[in-house]
Write a protein that binds this ligand. Sequence first.
Ligand code: PLP
Length: 455
Amino acid sequence: MTKNAAALSNLGAIDAAHHLHPFSDMKKLNAAGTKIINRAEGVHIWDSNGKQYLDAFAGLWCVNVGYGRNSIAEAAYAQMQELPYYNTFFGTTTPPTTLLAQKIASFTGPTLKHVFFTNSGSEASDTWFRMARVYWKALGHETKTMVIARKNAYHGSTVAGASLGGMKWMHEQGNLPIPGIAHINQPYWYAEGGDLSPEEFGLKVAKELEDKILELGEENVAAFVAEPIQGAGGVIVPPSTYWPEIKRIARKYNILLVADEVICGFGRLGTWFGHQYYDFEPDLAPIAKGLSSGYLPIGGVLVSERVAKVMIEELGDFYHGYTYSGHPVSAAAAIENLRIIEEERLVERVRDDVGPYLAQALASLTDHDLVGEAVSVGLMGAVQIAADKSTRRRFAKPDEVGTLVRNQCVSNGVILRATGDRMLFSPPLVISRSEIDQAVDTLRKGLDWLKDNHK
Ligand code: PLP
């Protein structure tokens, strides 16, 4: 055994002894053993046993340009040598921080022209949550503080992020949500649409926003937040009627519309941002993940002129920020990442080539007895497992069937994610057609296995 292999073989035990993992049952994980990932290139990752996987999930929805981009490493290294850190608090900035803000603004529509930097999507959730409240306060609307969010949404793991999210099991840990947040239903037609058509259901759940605003009083509501397509909740693609109605209601009742772009941003839907795909302009938009393709941590909030004007001209100090807001090394990596996305025309690639190809490949699975629906926009897709597809009946334990199929896919060399009984795709934007075929064929095998082995 080489020295390196010996060191790696020991890591599992060290990990069990010292490392608490996020979103993990540590007892079960320590019993099963941690998988150590120690190399990656393009759309592939390798574990410490040398096994190769096709990463059809881009890490955690984030490695948009794929792995192994030396130019990002070089940009970070050069910046670290020149200026490894300086803050943006007291009248200072650094060149990459400011240039990154300008670069991001070149991809947005007419109104989202300012950025407030954070280190993550969760911090971005906390940031816009406070911004929305200070915005209304600065305008003299002291009572406009409530935020309406959605059940089964994911907006991060900080206290505000987890509260805005609609995951019950997260709320149960730590007495969440914090006060001032109300949740309405999600546009998950397959599971919750009953006898309505998807379009009718889209209107019905959008209308819940109006009902909730009327219940709480327009004078008390600051904002509504939603992911353009819910990601962690199961890639819930909303019916076509949903977003136009949400947009109408938000404008009618004068509340801020917040699009959580942490997953949908930076090309995943075949547009630079998810709200562009759904043809609306939010007032605030948290971003992260694809901004640096995960090479270094960085996030932010896109701020519309409407909100920025008040923050700049009326607010005075905004008492909010992070030591690493706009970190120069992360910013340099992000600029290079965005340069790659732009130069390689990855957004157009998703829109015109691999996005439609994934849609077609997923649609080919709908002949399977256990596939209830297959949906995707760009390179964000989901396959719904059904016990009886004619009635949309689901298995009694959705988590169990999803995990079984996911585990089959992983042992067959393809990383997918399962949310309950939905199998999720979110590959790097550089994935090829044949790699899409491989991922979809592997999922079919996993579904066949489920059919034969799970009654
Ligand atoms: N918002 C959305 C839509 C997300 O999917 C995530 C993470 O998956 C977050 C926010 C939180 O981002 P982070 O994990 O970078 O804190």
